[in-house]
Design a protein around this ligand. Structure first.
Ligand code: SF4
Length: 395
């Protein structure tokens, strides 16, 4: 389908788009022009980091974040369990521990996030499919929140995929780091990771869900030859989107310059995405493209927050700092305490500030609020992302 049809569908469902200030709309039109809008079932989808552009979640996004410019988050992730059979070296969660949230607490958190303005929710873990209440959790989530499931595919059945779709799941992303079985299994520390991922992708596609792979790119993958090999492999699988991110310096092992993405590597991936997305077929959605200073920048702790499986609230899944636990304080109060120390930035908070985190780390993860505040005092702002410059609001 062509983008004009998608945009007209969006306008029909959300006529208040015409009330968004002209400069913001022009900015969004230019950004949308970097993608081919896809129709999957009845959803018109730019990419899976935004709600479908004809959905109630998108209407809410426009109302609350583009017109009213509220100070709450638009995006959040929540851990449904910390259990996982895989052992990825770069996992942002494996050193977190505590008492797992029960089902009612998770559902209450999601309802609270919805009231605060969240329009896109990532279900993560651990392996979220290991939470036996996942269908109920999706079912209980307000329909003005787009839900994206991040999974390894392990334990998935066809019936579970159909049940999650019926309950309202919008997007699913299966972890796949390489087209080479041995590389993926090695990265995941799990012998059958590759086979389970391919099986999961097939089940989700057959269930009719928007299906992407989420890929954590190592330095070895960041060259034309390896990326084109990988993207061709994904096209042949028939997935709708490649959701790409680099390894983030979220844990001690990766707090070294040689592991952190360079500016040249970021530019390479952005260019690759822009070229690739000109053609029909699979969409590339590199997180560093969305979060680049020329687009929406880093919104950790402002438009994004993360609640881990133990109830700790962090500014982003990759940031190993907490501002409180949902069992001790209402989420809006935790968010308020957190957000006043953050501002939209042209650079990824973690890629830029891991040396400060490293300096304050005392073998407790996530780092408690008192130490987090000392870290944030040392953080220096890089500049306002283009979107915020145009839109106004917190800067
Ligand atoms: S810290 Fe990095 S990964 Fe997290 S929201 Fe900011 S840009 Fe995204």
């Amino acid at each position: 389908m062509d983008n004009i049809t998608g945009l007209l569908k969006s306008l029909k469902k959300t006529p208040q788009l015409l009330r968004v200030n002209l400069r913001t709309n022009l900015f969004l039109l230019k950004y949308f022009g970097k993608f081919k809008i896809k129709k999957i079932n009845n959803d018109y989808i730019l990419h899976s980091h935004l709600p479908p552009i004809n959905s109630p979640a998108y209407t809410k996004f426009v109302d609350q974040h583009l017109i009213k410019n509220i100070s709450g988050p638009s995006h959040a992730q929540i851990g449904l369990t910390n259990a996982c059979p895989q052992k990825c070296s770069y996992c942002y969660n494996k050193i977190r521990s505590g008492e797992a949230m029960d089902n009612d607490t998770i559902i209450n958190c999601i309802n609270e996030l919805g009231k605060m303005g969240v329009t896109w929710l990532g279900l993560t873990g651990g392996e979220p499919l290991l939470n036996k209440n996942i269908v109920e959790i999706i079912d209980q989530t307000d329909k003005d929140i787009a839900i994206k499931l991040f999974t390894t595919g392990c334990t998935l059945t066809r019936q579970k995929a159909l049940d999650m779709k019926k309950a309202g799941l919008t997007y699913v992303s299966v972890s796949l780091d390489s087209s080479r079985e041995e590389d993926h299994d090695h990265a995941r520390g799990y012998k059958n990771a590759f086979k389970e991922a391919l099986r999961g992708i097939e089940i989700f596609l057959n269930a009719g869900l928007h299906t992407s792979v989420s890929t954590v790119l190592t330095k070895e993958m960041m060259n034309q030859e390896r990326m084109l090999e990988f993207l061709e492999f994904l096209e042949n699988l028939g997935v709708h989107e490649a959701w790409l991110s680099e390894v983030k310096p979220s844990s001690e092992y990766f707090w070294h310059k040689e592991f952190v993405i360079s500016r040249d590597e970021t530019d390479f991936l952005i260019k690759l995405q822009d070229q690739y997305n000109k053609k029909d077929g699979m969409t590339i959605n590199y997180l560093g493209h969305f979060e680049h200073g020329s687009h929406f920048g880093c919104n950790a702790g402002i438009k994004m927050l993360y609640i881990d499986a133990f109830g700790e609230v962090s500014p982003c899944v990759f940031a190993p700092i907490t501002f409180g636990n949902v069992r001790d304080m209402p989420i809006p109060a935790i968010f308020e305490a957190m957000t006043k120390h953050f501002q939209p930035d042209r650079e990824c908070f973690m890629n830029k500030n891991y040396p400060i985190i490293k300096k304050h780390y005392r073998n407790i993860s996530p780092i408690p609020a008192e130490d987090a505040l000392a870290i944030l005092e040392e953080v220096r702002h890089t500049g306002i992302p283009d979107f915020n410059r145009i839109q106004g609001g917190k800067s």
